[in-house]
Each structure stands twice: as C-alpha cells, then as structure tokens.
Design a protein around this ligand. Structure first.
Ligand code: F6R
Length: 597
C-alpha cells in the first residue's frame, strides 16, 4: 500500500535517498509514484503513473536540493493516473499521504464554498488544501497542523513542507505508520524503516495524534499542543535486509527460505526463555483475528488446538470482528496474526481489545510494528524481510508459531504427554529433513497447461486440509489471476458441484488420515462429472485411486503436515504466474501492507 519517504539533509543525497527509499517500499504494492523537492526556493513536482522506473527516467539524479518527499500510491480515491498521484500541492504546501480521509466530501464542500478548486479526485488533495487554508489564516505551520488534525477524520500518515521554509519537514500521524530516521546532520521520514535502513539504524516511532517538525539536526514531536518525549529505537539486526540472491523473483526465493526460517524459529522458541509467555491456565477461550493468508494460518491453528488440545478456538476476519459485539472477557486470549503488523483492520481490533483490557498476543513478523506494540505478548515470526506481495515463508512461520504456542499451552496445562513430545520431535525432524527434496519434486508440474485457460479451479479438503485449500486457492488466484475457490470437501455437493463440468480442475487435498476416505468419495463424485482431478495425499496412504494427477507429499505427522503440504501449492502458483509472464512479486491491485480498511 502507499509508501512515504521524506528527507532533509545533504543536497547531494536528497534525490538518491528519495528514489532508493521508494524502491525499498515497492514491495508494498502501488500503481503510481512521485516526488517533490525545492529548487531555487520553488516546489518542483514529478509524478508518473505505473512503476517506479517511469518516475526514475524523469528525475535528474544529479539535482542538488536539501529537502524532498516521495510517494508510491495505491489508489483509493480516484484512478491510478498522474493527476491523482502524490505529492499534492495547494498554495505553499506540498504533501504525501498514506491513509484515508473519511470526511473528505464534507471538507471539500466547505473549501469549495470558499472558492478553492481541486484538480484530482483524491482525499489527499483535500487534506493539503485544508492545511494550506489554515496556514494562510494562521501564518504558522504548527497552528495550521493542529487545526487541520482537529478537522479531519480517518487515517493518515502525512509528510509535507512549505515552499517558504526550506529548513523543515512537517509530519502528522493517525492510524497509519510513520517513523523518523535519525542521522548525523540529516533526517529521514518513512512509512516503514526499510526505506531508510541503508542510511541509519536509529529511528523514532510516531504514535497516533502526534505531529512533528523535523530539521536536519533535530526533531520535535507534539501532541495536543505539548512537546512529547520520544524513545530512540535501534533497528534489530536480526531483521536482515533481503535480496533475490539469484532467484528470478522474491516469491521463489522466499519459498526456498522456508527451511532456514523454520529451523531458526523452532530452535529459538525451544531454547530461549526470554520471550514472555502468557499464563495459559487462565484462559477458557481463544479468539484468533487476522486477514487473508494470516487468517488461513489461523484456521490451521484452530484445527491444531481442536485436535491436539481438544480446545475450542474461534476465528474471525479482522474486518468482521471489529464491527461485531466482542464476546470476550478476562478469561479470553485474543491472538492477532499479521506478517506486517500494520494491517489496518487487524490494528483496529487490537486497539479495541486493548481498550477493553482483554489479554492479547501477536504473531507478527515486523519488529516494533504497530501490532507488536499494541498487544500484551509478542511472538515474532523471525522470518526476515518478506518482499513478495504473496506471502509464503510468512505463512509457514505463522503455522510453526501455532505449533509452538500449542506446545506451550498444553505444557502449561499438564496435558503435553511424553508421547506428544515424541510426536513433536519426530515430526519436526522429518519435516526439516524432507522439505528441501520437496522443492525439487515440485519445481515442475508438467500439467499446468490443463488448468490455465479453464474458467474456474476448485480446491477441496477437510479439516486442516480445508484450511490449506483456502490458502492454496488464494495463492493461485492472487499471483496468476486464475479464478479459483476453496470448499470444505463435503460442501461441494450442496450447490457448487453444479459448476463442475468436463475438464474443470479440482484440487483435492487429502492428507488427514481420519478423513481421507471421505474426501476420496467427494473427489470421485466430481470425477464422475468430468472434473480434472489433482489429488494431494501422503506417501504413506494407499494411492490406488483413479485421478488425473497426483501430488504425493511426505508424511511428517499431523502436527507439522500443513507446513509440508502447502509447499507444492506455493510452487504451483509461482509456476503458473511465471508461465503467464506475470509480475509475480507485485500482482495487480494488491498491496503487501494493507494500511487502509
Ligand atoms: C496473501 C497475503 C495477504 C495477507 C493479508 C494480511 O498472500 O499476503 O492475504 O496475508 O493482507 O496481511 P498481514 O499478514 O500483513 O496482516
């Protein structure tokens, strides 16, 4: 989603820092980009629709200027064209924005009645016009900011500057992340520290309703008119900067990262005592709240708790949870799952739970992200930077953390038996042993042309195989744009089977030994109606079954099986997208960090 960069400091560095920062934020997903800087005391704007290289071609990298702002835009209000691209300017002020101004129509009307006209369809332009109008009235940026913040509703991370003040950048924050990178004689501003981590490891995190004035040697942050003291954070070195390392795209590379990520993660949580563990005995209910693939990882977690701990877990999409009555109390643990830790819907739910003083735990990847600071307990995924929009190693590490939490939970309740510990150790050993050879086996599916060009793909499974079907289906559609849906295997016959015709691809995932025979019957039902059936099952079950294709995965035991079973589907999605020559790491319309509702 939108990425913000700002810089004040060395005139030789400004343009380079802005473009580098925008490159580092590309992974978030965007459809236009732009920069603004001061040249001969005048604001200059360069904006382009499309990818960053369109902007880069129009920018003179040798240009000398001490201050600038940049933006990658993921369209919310108005088409992804040059006019709607950020930065936006009104009068003396130019700004970039991440978030959504919810009362833009009312504000726009008020400003239009004063004779102010607008060129774009964006809510950002309304914000800038309001700020400029306030500046014209008060002739003081701080007062103008305070007035503007009191008028706007919604979410915003804003960086702006005033044409008449080449000494300062101004920032404002509510519900969208914003950080100040602190250098020597230079300052950075960004929506994510990836944008400036090459230049400084020190940063300050802004909290909601804070605003600031940033000079090249000092920053001042305010809230409600008063200056606030801020803690200087230092970037965690375990959060290693990622590059493609010879792979053709990040998604492919990140799938191959999985074994190392899991080895490190499991070792860390088995040996380190430093993370603070909730008093699990206190809870009689778990609620899992997440979005997208993180929700699908939660579905696997729910299954693990049902089958191993016989403990009921509720799971909800964050976008739904936040609008329903919260049926939780002091005996409930709410688990939020999020790779980025910045997903707006998830953050809103975490804030609500915090206000209600209900215990919360985050499974999160990005260190010091908003979610990690809102919850009582944090289990870092330790997956390293994930740059492909479609999550792979992130999803796998979320599942691994559910296994870690299940083990801790059952140990706390004295229900983790010797035999379960043996299953865990043996499952982990096998999983880590077979995962590399799996990559080789599933690196080339000869039959993918049979699914490309079909109007619909179905994924079916039961229990954890159903949870995996949800993720396999999402992965395929997001990177390859092939239409696909996942169903609980037993549900197909209650309506959807009417869509199955000759050649319709149906992926049946049947690795759960308890339901294998039942899923087998369901796939025979679709086979009888002409479906092209691709069965995924274990190397330890009887595979004498008449299907079109088989994906045989090694049996590593029920605890760790989901981690292995999803691998062929991650690789399949990558292969299909590659054969269709698509932009695998940046699928159209998608964003890595979904910071709007
Ligand atoms: C799909 C994908 C998304 C995210 C979802 C939540 O591959 O990555 O569905 O899982 O947008 O994002 P996080 O985990 O950052 O909260």
């Amino acid at each position: 989603m939108c990425g913000i960069v700002g810089y004040i400091g060395s005139k030789e560095k400004t343009i380079n820092v802005l473009l580098k920062g925008l490159e580092r934020l590309e992974y978030r997903g965007y459809d236009s980009a732009g920069i603004a800087y001061l040249d001969q005391n005048q604001i200059q704007l360069i904006k382009k629709s499309g990818k960053l290289n369109c902007l880069e071609k129009s920018v003179d990298r040798n240009l000398l200027t001490e201050m600038g702002i940049g933006h990658t835009r993921w369209a919310t209000h108005g088409e992804a064209n040059e006019i709607n691209a950020h930065p936006h300017r009104h009068g003396k002020i130019v700004a970039v924005h991440n978030g959504i101004i919810e009362n833009m129509n009312a504000l726009k009307k008020e400003l239009e009645e004063k004779g102010i006209s607008f060129v774009s369809d964006t809510d950002t332009e309304v914000f800038v016009a309001l700020l400029n109008d306030a500046f014209e009235k008060y002739q003081d940026m701080k007062k103008a900011i305070e007035y503007t913040m009191s008028k706007v509703e919604g979410s915003y991370a804003i960086v702006c500057f005033n044409e008449d003040d080449k000494e300062h950048l101004y920032v404002m924050k509510k519900d969208s992340p914003l950080l100040i990178g602190v250098g020597m004689g230079e300052m950075f501003v960004a929506s994510d520290y990836q944008a400036f981590r090459e230049f400084t490891k020190k940063y300050v995190l802004l909290d909601d309703f804070e605003y600031g004035i940033i000079g090249k040697n000092a920053w001042h942050i305010y809230k409600d008119g008063k200056e606030v003291e801020k803690k200087l954070e230092v970037l965690d070195e375990q959060d290693i900067l990622s590059n493609k390392e010879g792979y053709d795209c990040y998604m492919h590379k990140e799938i191959y990262d999985i074994p190392e990520v899991l080895t490190n993660l499991l070792t860390f949580y088995e040996t380190k005592e430093i993370h603070s563990i909730p008093d699990y005995c206190k809870y009689n209910k778990i609620q899992i709240v997440a979005c997208g693939s993180a929700y699908h990882a939660g579905c696997v977690g729910k299954n693990l708790f049902a089958h191993f701990a016989h403990f009921p877990v509720e799971i909800e999409y964050a976008s739904e949870y936040r609008y329903q009555p919260i049926l939780a109390d002091e005996h409930t643990l709410v688990i939020f799952v999020s790779q980025s830790g910045e997903t707006a819907d998830t953050i809103h739910c975490a804030k609500k739970i915090k206000e209600m003083h209900i215990d919360s735990l985050a499974i999160v990847n990005v260190y010091n992200s908003t979610l990690s600071r809102l919850t009582d307990y944090v289990y870092y995924m330790r997956a390293g930077e994930e740059r492909a929009v479609a999550t792979t190693k992130g999803y796998s590490s979320q599942i691994a953390l559910f296994i870690v939490i299940l083990r801790e939970w059952m140990k706390a309740k004295n229900t983790w038996t010797v035999s379960l510990e043996e299953q865990y150790q043996e499952g982990k050993r096998k999983m880590l042993q077979v995962i590399q050879p799996c990559f080789k086996n599933f690196e080339h599916f000869s039959w993918i042309s049979n699914i490309i060009s079909k109007p619909m793909n179905f994924f079916i499974g039961r229990q954890s195989d159903y949870a995996l079907s949800l993720e396999a289906s999402l992965k395929l559609k997001e990177v390859s744009y092939l239409n696909s849906s996942a169903y609980a295997a037993g549900e197909l016959k209650h309506g959807t089977i009417s869509l199955v015709e000759k050649g319709t691809p149906v992926f049946a995932i049947a690795t759960d030994k308890n339901t294998y025979e039942k899923t087998k019957s369901n796939l025979m039902e679709v086979k009888a109606r002409g479906a092209y059936v691709i069965l995924t099952t274990l190397d330890t079950v009887d595979q004498e079954i008449d299907v079109d294709e088989k994906i045989i995965v090694p049996d590593v035991g029920a605890l760790f099986q989901p981690i292995i079973t999803i691998i062929p589907f991650q690789l399949l999605s990558y292969q299909v997208a590659k054969s269709l020559d698509l932009d695998i790491d940046h699928p159209r319309n998608l964003a890595k960090s979904v910071t709007v509702e």
